[in-house]
Write a protein that binds this ligand. Structure first.
Ligand code: PRP
Ligand code: ZN
Length: 296
């Protein structure tokens, strides 16, 4: 590995894998991941990708085997509680805004839920025993927590447990197993974590470059480019309708003295209502375009 190269851990296969590879690709980092590779070198950027089980990512990053890791906040939280470590041991560099999910308690659809007390004296299967244990302790619930590493959803049917505590994203897994979500323990999303170990200055530079690109990708996904024609004197009203915009570019329209072409970048979501409001202050030919890349 050259001085500037960093190693990044990502989930090998799971909920976050595809989105993580996509955001890396949009940042200019492409990897050849044919035939089940566990390592992959990026050609255009000093990064080596390591594909591992998501549960192992916090440890690899804490130990400095990988400089960075893309992981669910839920996995990080459980690992920190398990090790009894300070969260500073694996600093979070960035919340990535994808992979949103929650850690929730779920019971059979047929059961009547009576509030948190329901869980007193019950057996709960989970891959998150520490997060659940802490939640129950905080709420004075006395339950038996059974640690299971996978397919937690099937345990009620097999009579191994009365209820489960697991990650819910779309809810399809719960539904498919005749379970209903009754209480949320934690909100989670994908995050970028960094090793607490000291790095070479060249590696820090690589991380800064990558962060700027990730920020650019996230920003371009949030922002829209808007073009329209409008009366010269309606600019103030247009800016009122579109909060969070930079100063617009205003260009003359050939053959029309009173009207101008207005181009601007808008951070907010642009809804049909927004466009109708623009029309009502005299804008016409309103175009809303996605932005592919953005550096400010
Ligand atoms: C979680 C969980 C469920 C699934 C829920 O797995 O264990 O299987 O996601 O998603 P849904 O509500 O959209 O059906 P995750 O990928 O977080 O991690 P794991 O495979 O390591 O358990
Ligand atoms: Zn896992």
């Amino acid at each position: 590995m050259s001085n500037e190269t960093i190693r990044i851990a990502i989930q090998k296969s799971g909920r976050l894998t595809e989105k993580t590879l996509q955001i890396l690709k949009q940042s200019g980092l492409e990897f050849n991941l044919s035939n089940n590779v566990l390592f992959s070198q990026c050609e255009a950027f000093p990064v080596e990708l390591m594909l591992v089980r998501d549960d192992d990512i916090p440890e690899y990053v804490a130990d400095g085997i990988c400089e960075l890791g893309f992981v669910g906040f839920n996995v990080l939280q459980e690992k920190i509680l398990k090790k009894g470590q300070s969260p500073d041991n694996i600093p979070i560099l960035k919340h990535l805004g994808y992979g949103n999910c929650r850690l929730s308690l779920a019971i059979s659809k047929e059961e009547e839920y009576t509030g948190l007390n329901y869980f007193n004296g019950k057996k709960i299967a989970t891959s998150y025993p520490k997060s659940l244990g802490e939640y129950f302790a905080k709420n004075d619930i006395n339950a038996e927590i059974i640690e299971i590493s996978g397919s937690v959803e099937v345990t009620p049917k097999l009579k191994i447990a009365d209820a489960i505590c697991d990650i819910v994203s779309s809810g399809a897994t719960l539904k498919g197993n005749n379970l209903k979500e009754v209480d949320k323990i934690l909100d989670s999303e994908s995050i970028l974590v960094k090793t607490p170990k000291e790095l070479k200055p060249e590696q820090e530079q690589t991380i800064d470059r990558l962060l700027a690109r990730l920020e650019g990708v996230m920003k371009s996904q949030r922002n829209k480019y808007i073009m329209m024609n409008a009366d010269k004197d309606s600019l103030a009203r247009i800016k009122e309708i579109l909060p969070g915009v930079d100063e617009p570019s205003v260009m003359p329209l050939a053959g029309d003295d009173g009207r101008v072409a207005v181009h601007l970048v808008c951070e907010e979501n642009v809804f049909w209502e927004t466009m109708e409001n623009l029309k009502s202050v005299g804008a016409s030919s309103i175009l809303v375009l996605p932005i592919e890349k953005f550096i400010s």
